[in-house]
Write a protein that binds this ligand. Structure first.
Ligand SMILES: N[C@@H](CCC(=O)N[C@@H](CS)C(=O)NCC(=O)O)C(=O)O
Length: 201
């Protein structure tokens, strides 16, 4: 059903069309600036790789630094669509994310920065919690703003902004637990000279 289509991240084939809509999960909207020419990017290939449980190494991060979206799209299961939609609208606003597509009748919404939804929230049973999602930030100040916004939105502290040198020397992030126990992170990997000045107190 809709939950499986929205959140079925292990599939190798393109995800099916969502009922009554002209886009599939991961696709760009046809009314986007490119007129939908990049629709084929909706294919997911995550099923080929063994899931990684660790965070990115500094080497792989350096190689990918020019990539805007480190994650293509990811989905979390939530208990109450309305509550969680409000939470993410507030918590991700500092990062420039908003709801780009909402399937309220199916209790699912896709967030993104431009025309492509990359982060999905969907209500479904059985509820799975504890999903971890890390959002890339352009600078350390945005990590701080995410943390403040997430806690203000009712999130639970799971680690204030700061360096996590056990991941790598420049791994600067913050963690918040969302209303359903999912572990949400905002992170920047760039050295401080490439970021935005000294680490905030
Ligand atoms: N409270 C920790 C949270 C660390 C955390 O959640 N790390 C992510 C990976 S970047 C994770 O899923 N870790 C697995 C775990 O904590 O079991 C902190 O502030 O550093």
């Amino acid at each position: 059903m809709i939950g499986a289509a929205v959140l079925g991240m292990q599939r190798e084939r393109p995800l099916g069309k969502l009922p009554g809509r002209d886009v599939s999960v991961g696709e760009l909207r046809r009314d986007g600036p490119d007129g939908g020419r990049e629709l084929d990017r909706g294919r997911l290939h995550l099923g080929r790789r063994k899931p990684r449980r660790d965070c990115l190494s500094s080497r792989s991060v350096a190689a990918r630094r020019t990539i805007h979206h480190v994650i293509d799209h990811v989905g979390v299961n939530v208990r109450d669509y309305a509550v969680s939609r409000r939470f993410y609208e507030q918590a991700l606003e500092p990062l420039g994310y908003s709801v780009l597509i909402a399937f309220d009748e199916y209790k699912a919404a896709g967030f993104g920065q431009e025309q492509k939804p990359v982060f999905w929230v969907g209500q479904r049973e059985p509820l799975g919690t504890g999903t971890h999602v890390a959002f890339t930030c352009p600078d350390r100040a945005t990590v701080q703003r995410f943390y403040d916004a997430a806690l203000e939105a009712g999130g639970r502290d799971n680690g204030p902004p700061g360096l996590r040198e056990h991941y790598h020397a420049n791994y600067y992030s913050a963690f918040a637990i969302d209303p359903d126990g999912n572990n949400i992170e905002a992170v920047i990997h760039a050295p401080v000279a490439d970021a935005d000045g000294p680490t905030p107190a």
